[in-house]
Ligand binder design. Structure first.
Ligand code: RIB
Ligand code: CA
Length: 313
């Protein structure tokens, strides 16, 4: 089965690994990369997406999307995680390609209308483009097949605050809109993405299997590993963004639970994703909230094997 997807992204080192996986996997058809601010400003996200397409030899539309949160001022960027250029300060050539003139939100709506019921939205950055697309086209939930996101932390602590994960924290009001929409949403949060770490041996293997794309992931991940290993005994990193894509092609690798989900927008807990599994609450606040699917476990060995065989294609 081929999955038609739009990848909404803020590249970003782990975004790059995910984008290459999507381009490489034979069962994934990438309709376009829609960029958003998050790890880096949106102009850099868009530039970096064009660079990644050219590095992979892919000629797909790339759009520039929202550069600000739904509410509030411009947030800080994660250059301390992804480097000044979003690629771990590894120099890259300026892209030759041009951006598609549409906004990311408009592109999402156009593709959903063109392929009704067929498109999976894979969001691996803050959710402002999806929220805006919902405002542009209120029927969007009926037009897309499903939404899978990297974001949130259901039953584990956050990575930006004790309760909030970066993609949700960066645009909590947009996330609230996206989580409440009437579409099938599957969340790959820190519950599952921090359960699987990647070391230098894995990176070297990826490079041996695909010197161009694996080599770039290896090079750029050195900065990323330094960040993650600062307070750890072992030198590892976490490829958060590839998990939603792995789920599309091998869902059996994941343990999924359902629950009614709320996104907090109060100042202290802004960006917290709270999920109430069935039978755990009588609170109308949660019982009336939308039910989503949440990944809470993965077969680590089979996941890594999938990544390697896909890069080796
Ligand atoms: O919290 C991890 C998420 O935030 C990943 O998508 C990473 O790329 C950053 O966007
Ligand atoms: Ca990302």
């Amino acid at each position: 089965m081929t999955h038609k997807i739009i990848l909404d992204t803020d590249p970003g080192i782990d975004d790059a690994m995910a984008i290459f996986f999507a381009f490489q996997h034979p069962e994934i058809e990438v309709l376009g990369l829609t960029t958003v601010y998050g790890n880096v400003p949106v102009t850099m996200s868009a530039h970096n997406a064009l660079v990644l397409c050219e590095m992979a030899g892919e000629n797909v539309p790339v759009t520039k999307g929202v550069g600000m949160p739904w509410v509030g001022k411009e947030s800080g960027y994660a250059h301390f995680v992804h480097g000044d250029n979003g690629f771990g300060n590894v120099p890259v050539n300026s892209p030759k390609g041009e951006l598609d003139p549409r906004s990311s939100a408009q592109f999402i709506v156009d593709m959903a209308r063109k392929y009704p019921g067929e498109v999976t939205l894979v969001a691996i950055g803050p959710l402002g483009n999806l929220a805006l697309a919902l405002r542009l086209e209120p029927e969007l939930p009926k037009l897309v097949k499903q939404v899978v996101i990297m974001g949130g932390a259901a039953f584990v602590p956050g990575n930006v605050t004790p309760v909030a994960e970066a993609n949700i924290w960066n645009d909590a009001y947009a996330a609230e809109i996206v989580f409440a929409a009437d579409w099938k949403l599957t969340m790959f949060g820190l519950d599952v993405t921090l359960s699987t770490s990647f070391n230098q041996e894995f990176l070297d293997k990826l490079e041996s299997l695909n010197p161009t794309l694996g080599g770039f992931v290896n090079q750029t991940s050195q900065f990323y590993i330094d960040f993650y290993s600062a307070n750890r005994e072992d030198r590892v990193c976490f490829f958060h963004d590839t998990m939603p894509l792995a789920y599309l092609v091998q869902p059996e690798l994941f343990k999924i639970v359902s629950g009614n989900a709320r996104v907090s927008t109060d100042p202290l807990n802004i960006g917290q994703t709270t999920v109430a599994p069935p039978g755990t609450t009588a609170s109308p606040e949660w019982l009336n909230a939308k039910s989503i699917e949440v990944a809470v476990g993965v077969d680590e060995a089979k996941l890594k094997a999938l990544y390697c065989e896909t890069y080796a294609q």
